[in-house]
Design a protein. Structure first.
Lengths: 369, 331
C-alpha cells in the first residue's frame, strides 16, 4: 500500500516511537506523578523530555506545554477558557471542524459575534486580516496555520503581530504544521496533535500557552500533585491536565520528537514537498483534473477534482490500485464554497517524507486522464 | 380448524407458535399474510428495505400510501397483519438479518425464507442448523419458483449447494422480473408445509424441491437424497461459516447522500460479467477500465475491481446494504 494521507495521520511511525510505546506497556506501566517507585521517576523523565522538546519547537519552556487527548480537546478547552459572553471572535474560512463546531456552539451559548475571513484566493489575505482586526478589535483571533485542504501555509508571524497590535489574543491551530515548519510564531496559544507530522501516536495532543498567560481550568480532576487541596490547580500545565495522562503516547511522542530532531524538520518537509510537487505536475497534465494549488508557501497537501468522476469514486479507484488517499470534505466545512467543491469535496493526496518518486508515479497512473 | 388435518389441537398449536419471516417482499408478504390468517400466535418480520411503487405488483400487504410515505416494509406489513388478526403478535424489525440479529431474537419454531439473496439464505441455513430449527427455503424469479423444507438432521442448503450460485447465474426479480402467480404458487407450497410442521401433523414434510413454472404449467417435486452430503461443513463438522463470517461494512460518506460498502475480503470482482447481466435491466451502464457504473432503483452505483461499491443517492446504510445485496451480492 502506498500511503498518501499524512495530513490526517502520518504512517508508518518511526520504529523508535513504536518501541517507546511498547516499552511503557512492557516495562513501565505507571504515571509520572502517581506513585513513589523508581519507574515513576523514569516515566517522569520521559514526560519532561517530551514537554521540553515540544516547548523548544514553540519557543517556550516545557512547563508551558499541557498534554490533552488531541488538538480537538485543546481547541475546545482553549475556546471555552478564553471566550466570554458577547465577545467578538475572528476566524477564517479555512478552519477545521475542531474550531468551527465549538465556535458555533459557543456562539449560541455565549452570544458571540463571529467574523470569518474569506478563502477567496485559496489563501488568507493579510490586508483583510489587518482590516478586520483593526475595525473589530476582537477578543480572540483563532486560525489554522495552514489549510488542510489546499496546503496553503499562512504567514502566522505577521498575523499574530497584527493581532497583538489590535490587542487581540491569538489561538493558532498547528495540527497541520507542527513537525513540518516552525511553530514559534508569536501566538498566545498553540493547539495541535501528536499523530500528524510530529509522527507520534493518536490520542495525544497539546495546548501551549505563552509565558504569563494563565487560563481558568475547564475540566477538574486528579493531577497527581496538590492532592490534599480540593480545588483544581490554576497554574500551567496542571490547569489543563485533569485525570491520568496518556503516558504511553507521551513516551511515543518523546521518541518522535527525538526522531524529528535527528532527521531535521526542514529535510522532512522538503522531501515531502518534492513529492507533492511531482503529484501536482503529473495531475496538471491530466485534462480531466482540476487542481487546487494556491501560489505561495505551502505544505505537502494536494487537492483536486476530476471532470468525469466523483471524488469518492476516485478515492475508491486509487484504493483498488493500492493507494491510500482521502476524499470528501476533510472536516473543513467552510472552504468548499470558495473552491466550488461544496457538493462532493475533493480528493486529497498528502505524501510523507519517505514516499518515493516511484510511489508518486504509481499514484498518478491510477488517476484517470 | 375444520380443514383436514388441523383440528382443535392443531389450531391450539398454531396459536402457540412463533414464526420468523426473513424478508418481507413478495414471498414474505404472501407467507406472513397466510400465517396470520391461519392463526399463528407470533410473527417476527425482518426487512431492512422500504416500500416502493414498483413493489406493489406482487407484494400484497402494501398500498400506494406506504410507497408514497416510503414506510419500512417490516412496519407496513406488521400494521396490515395486525388488522388481519389482532390476536397475532406481530413484531417488525427494520434491520439487517445478521448472526447477531438472529441470536438476539426470541427462539422461533420455524423460519420462512423470504429473501432475495443467497448470503442471507446461507445465514438462515447455518443458524437454523446450529439451533436445530426447521426452515423453508423459497425463491422465485420470472415465471419460475422453488421451495423446500430443511429440517434439523436432514440435508441442509449447503449439502445441495456448497457455494452460493452467483447472482448473475440465477438472476433476481430486479433483473429478470417476476410474475405474481409464481410467488403465489411457491408460497402456497411453503405455507402448507409450514402449517404441517407447526400443527405437528403426522404427515411428514415433503422431501425434495418443489419447482414450478407457472407460465408453462409445470409443477413438480424433485426428489433429493435425504442424507447430509458427506463433506458438508454444517452437517458433518458442525461448522457454521455464515455465523462467523464478517459482513460487508456499509458507511455513510460524511456530508454526502452516499454510502460506501466494502466486502469483508477483497476479491477480484468480475465487473464485465456484472455489466453484461445489468445491461437491459439497469440504466446508464458504463464500464471503464477503473469501475462499473449503473443506475437502478433511483440510485447510482459505482463498483470497483476489489468489490468496493459506492451508492450515490442513498444515505441510509441499511437501505444501501439491501440495494447492494439485491443488485450486486458479491459477498
Amino acid at each position: 500500500m502506498i500511503y498518501l494521507d499524512h495530513a490526517a495521520t502520518s504512517f508508518p511511525k518511526p520504529p523508535s516511537v513504536v518501541a517507546a510505546i511498547q516499552r511503557w506497556y512492557l516495562e513501565l506501566g505507571v504515571s509520572a506523578e502517581r506513585g513513589d517507585g523508581s519507574r515513576c521517576s523514569e516515566v517522569r523523565r520521559e514526560v519532561d523530555a517530551a514537554r521540553t522538546a515540544l516547548g523548544a519547537l514553540a519557543g517556550v519552556r516545557g512547563d508551558r506545554v499541557a498534554f490533552t487527548s488531541g488538538a480537538t480537546e485543546s481547541l475546545n478547552l482553549a475556546l471555552r477558557a478564553v471566550l466570554r459572553d458577547g465577545d467578538v471572535v475572528l476566524t477564517t474560512a479555512f478552519e477545521h471542524s475542531s474550531v468551527v463546531r465549538p465556535l458555533q456552539a459557543l456562539q449560541r451559548q455565549r452570544h458571540l459575534r463571529l467574523e470569518i475571513l474569506p478563502a477567496t484566493s485559496g489563501t488568507l489575505s493579510l490586508a483583510a486580516a489587518r482590516d478586520a482586526l483593526q475595525n473589530l478589535r476582537p477578543r480572540l483571533f483563532v486560525f489554522t496555520h495552514a489549510s488542510n485542504v489546499t496546503g496553503a501555509l499562512f504567514d502566522a508571524p505577521a498575523l499574530c503581530e497584527l493581532a497583538r497590535q489590535a490587542g487581540t489574543m491569538t489561538l493558532l491551530d498547528v495540527s497541520q504544521t507542527a513537525g513540518l515548519t516552525a511553530i514559534d510564531v508569536g501566538a498566545d496559544l498553540l493547539a495541535g496533535s501528536a499523530h500528524k507530522a510530529l509522527h507520534g501516536p493518536q490520542g495525544l495532543g497539546f495546548l501551549i500557552a505563552r509565558p504569563g498567560l494563565e487560563l481558568p481550568p475547564q475540566k477538574q480532576g486528579g493531577t497527581g500533585s496538590s492532592a490534599a487541596v480540593a480545588e483544581h490547580p490554576e497554574h500551567w500545565p496542571q490547569a489543563f491536565e485533569a485525570g491520568t495522562p496518556n503516558s504511553p503516547a507521551i513516551l511515543g511522542l518523546a521518541a518522535a520528537l527525538q526522531w524529528l530532531q535527528e532527521r531535521g524538520i526542514d529535510n522532512l518537509r522538503n522531501g515531502a514537498l518534492a513529492r507533492a510537487e511531482e503529484l501536482a505536475a503529473g495531475l496538471r497534465r491530466k485534462p480531466g483534473v482540476q487542481l487546487f494549488w494556491p501560489t505561495g508557501p505551502r505544505l505537502p497537501v494536494v487537492s483536486f477534482v476530476h471532470r468525469d468522476f466523483d471524488p469518492a469514486e476516485l478515492g475508491s479507484m486509487l484504493d483498488a490500485a493500492g493507494i491510500h488517499v482521502r476524499s470528501g470534505f476533510h472536516c473543513a466545512p467552510w472552504i468548499h464554497a470558495a473552491l466550488g467543491t461544496a457538493t462532493a469535496g475533493t480528493v486529497r493526496m498528502s505524501p510523507g517524507p519517505d514516499v518515493s518518486a516511484d510511489d508518486i508515479r504509481q499514484a498518478l497512473a491510477a488517476v484517470a486522464d | 380448524m375444520r380443514a383436514a388435518g388441523i383440528g382443535e389441537q392443531g389450531q391450539a398449536r398454531l396459536r402457540k407458535a412463533r414464526v420468523l419471516v426473513v424478508g418481507v417482499g413478495a414471498l414474505g408478504t404472501h407467507s406472513s399474510d397466510a400465517l396470520a390468517r391461519a392463526g399463528v400466535g407470533a410473527l417476527d418480520l425482518v426487512d431492512r428495505d422500504i416500500v416502493e411503487q414498483s413493489n406493489l405488483q406482487r407484494q400484497v400487504l402494501f398500498t400506494e400510501l406506504d410507497a408514497e410515505a416510503g414506510t419500512p416494509k417490516a412496519i407496513a406489513a406488521a400494521a396490515r397483519l395486525r388488522e388481519v388478526n389482532r390476536e397475532c403478535v406481530v413484531t417488525a424489525h427494520v434491520a439487517n438479518c445478521t448472526a447477531e440479529f438472529l441470536r438476539a431474537l426470541p427462539r422461533p419454531d420455524l423460519v420462512l425464507d423470504g429473501t432475495d439473496n443467497f448470503p442471507t439464505r446461507y445465514l438462515i441455513n447455518d443458524w437454523c442448523a446450529e439451533q436445530r430449527i426447521p426452515w423453508i427455503y423459497a425463491g422465485a424469479v420470472g415465471s419460475e419458483g422453488a421451495s423446500m423444507v430443511l429440517r434439523p438432521g436432514g440435508a441442509c442448503l449447503r449439502c445441495l449447494w456448497p457455494e452460493a450460485p452467483a447472482n448473475s447465474d440465477v438472476g433476481n426479480c430486479e433483473t429478470a422480473g417476476i410474475l405474481a402467480p409464481a410467488i403465489a404458487a411457491v408460497t402456497a407450497f411453503q405455507v402448507a408445509e409450514a402449517l404441517r410442521i407447526l400443527t405437528g401433523s403426522s404427515t411428514p414434510s415433503t422431501r425434495g424441491v418443489f419447482t414450478c413454472d407457472v407460465w408453462r404449467g409445470h409443477y413438480t417435486v424433485i426428489t433429493l437424497a435425504p442424507e447430509s452430503a458427506i463433506d458438508c461443513p454444517v452437517c458433518r463438522r458442525e461448522r457454521f461459516p455464515a455465523l462467523t463470517e464478517t459482513q460487508p461494512s456499509a458507511v455513510s460518506l460524511c456530508g454526502r447522500d452516499a454510502v460506501q460498502i466494502d466486502p469483508p475480503r477483497r476479491s477480484p470482482a468480475d465487473l464485465d460479467a456484472l455489466a453484461a447481466r445489468l445491461r437491459g435491466v439497469a440504466t446508464d451502464v458504463l464500464r471503464t477500465p477503473h469501475l462499473l457504473r449503473f443506475q437502478a432503483d433511483g440510485v447510482r452505483f459505482s463498483v470497483f475491481p476489489g468489490g468496493r461499491t459506492l451508492l450515490f443517492g442513498v444515505a441510509d446504510p441499511l437501505r444501501a446494504r439491501a440495494l447492494y445485496d439485491r443488485w450486486i451480492g458479491l459477498s
